[in-house]
Design a protein around this ligand. Structure first.
Ligand code: PLP
Length: 428
């Protein structure tokens, strides 16, 4: 319980928030503790959840607005008004293609990362079956993929496909040396994410693409967390297909793309009209695509400088937490890591409860556990990298963005220190 007289824990009051949080602490005998929250000022938000989504850049909104207000023509129509929308789509396609060294005709607009991932996997399996009648394909992937891949693989398994999850080390890196022995005669695609959304580990994409090429497999990468944050060259890296999502790099939600190397005859995923060269039916999200094009241009132009800025703040966050909070484990790979990601497991606490308490202080972070069933469920990523369940329950992810400041980082560490300390005391 926070003592009211402790001024450092009681920010100025704008409105009283008396929050009762129920923690589930203790891993064998669940101990429920009632925690009364102190009054808080909620006039400032510290957003440290950029892996969940990012704020749309002002220039992006500005670029989109004419296509929401004035130029609403359908890009498939033959008159000049519709052509204006078509031109805008093609401009965005050209910008995006140039950012990954692809050809324009290799970029296909989708509704986001989830659709791109579904398309890549399901249609690679379909393509295999089309070329090998009566035989189901086999998919190689990693156990730390986003649910957009994992759940798609589960669906494909139910339909008869084989799926093998490649071994990963304790930092989440796929062990390339062990991947080759997992390839079967009917393996049709190798899909490994560019960077992990929970622990920020950057995968050995080029080595995996090389392995895929050597074994005549399609190589797909879910680059939803990497595109716009890391330089990507699909040609040099040997990537055959790549998924990206605009809202992770300053663009709008509900729009993304799938890069498909020209030589791959991937069937369309959504049937209907002839949009996107007959590969992805449905009237295009013109403002969204325009916004994604602008966000792609800006994020690539600012990438170097922003990564340096964000990394400095991330490193300070890591340094202070590791020094000032006992019994914490830093998760993921320190070297091969997204500059904005810091993930920790705090022993003796439930991450989700800590995230709720941080929220009362205006701080947005993600936890690696979900309490939906009463008993905290740990993430499949933590399980796959071998984190013991008790420790994994205390996972918290901080993902920074260009708008964060050092002051925000320091404020967050101060609040976190008290919250972790009090939660641990309450658990005893
Ligand atoms: N893949 C990864 C690695 C992600 O982090 C996410 C979203 O968090 C997705 C796929 C899904 O993307 P979208 O939200 O655009 O559907």
């Amino acid at each position: 319980r926070m003592p009211a007289e402790d001024k450092s824990r009681v920010p100025d009051t704008m409105g009283f928030l008396n929050l009762l949080c129920i923690f589930n602490i203790g891993h064998q005998n669940s101990v429920f503790v009632l925690y009364e929250k102190w009054s808080v000022k909620m006039n400032k938000m510290i957003y440290l959840d950029h892996a969940a989504t990012t704020r749309m850049l002002p220039e992006v909104l500005e670029a989109m607005t004419p296509y929401q207000k004035e130029y609403y023509g359908n890009p498939s129509t033959i008159y000049e008004f519709g052509e204006k929308s078509r031109e805008a789509i093609e401009n965005a396609r050209a910008v995006i293609a140039s950012t990954i060294h692809a050809r324009e005709e290799e970029i296909f607009f989708t509704s986001g990362g989830t659709e791109s991932d579904n398309w890549a996997l399901k249609e690679a399996a379909n393509l295999y079956r089309r070329n090998h009648p009566g035989i189901h394909g086999h998919i190689l992937t990693s156990p730390i993929e986003h649910h957009a891949i994992i759940h798609t693989c589960q669906e494909l398994t139910a339909m008869g496909c084989g799926v093998t999850y490649l071994p990963v080390d304790e930092t989440g890196l796929v062990i390339v040396g062990k991947a080759e022995e997992c390839i079967r005669e009917n393996t049709c695609i190798l899909s490994v994410m560019y960077a992990n959304n929970e622990i920020g580990t950057i995968e050995p994409v080029e080595e995996l693409a090389f392995l895929a090429k050597k074994n005549d497999l399609i190589f797909h990468t879910d680059a939803v967390q990497a595109y716009g944050h890391l330089p990507i060259d699909v040609r040099r890296s040997g990537i055959d297909m790549l998924s990206a999502s605009a809202h992770k790099f300053g663009g709008p939600k509900g729009v993304g793309f799938l890069y498909i190397r020209k030589e791959i005859d991937l069937p369309s995923f959504i049937q209907g009209g002839a949009q996107e060269s007959n590969r992805r039916a449905g009237t295009e999200n013109v403002p969204g695509i325009v916004g994604m094009g602008k966000a792609a241009e800006l994020s690539h132009r600012r990438m170097g400088e922003e990564n340096r800025r964000v990394k400095k703040m991330r490193d300070r966050l890591v340094y202070r937490i590791m020094r000032e909070i006992p019994d914490v484990k830093f998760m993921g790979n320190m070297k091969k890591r997204l500059s904005n990601n810091a993930n920790f497991c705090f022993n003796g606490i439930v991450g989700e409860s800590a995230a709720i308490l941080l929220d009362t202080q205006g701080i947005c972070v993600s936890s690696g556990s979900a309490c939906s069933t009463g008993q905290p469920e740990v993430s499949h990523v933590m399980k796959a990298i071998g984190v013991p369940e008790g420790l994994a329950q205390g996972a918290l992810r901080f993902t920074l963005g260009a708008e964060n400041t050092m002051e925000e980082i320091d404020y967050t560490v101060e609040k976190l220190k008290y919250i972790v300390e009090d939660m641990r005391k309450a658990a005893v």
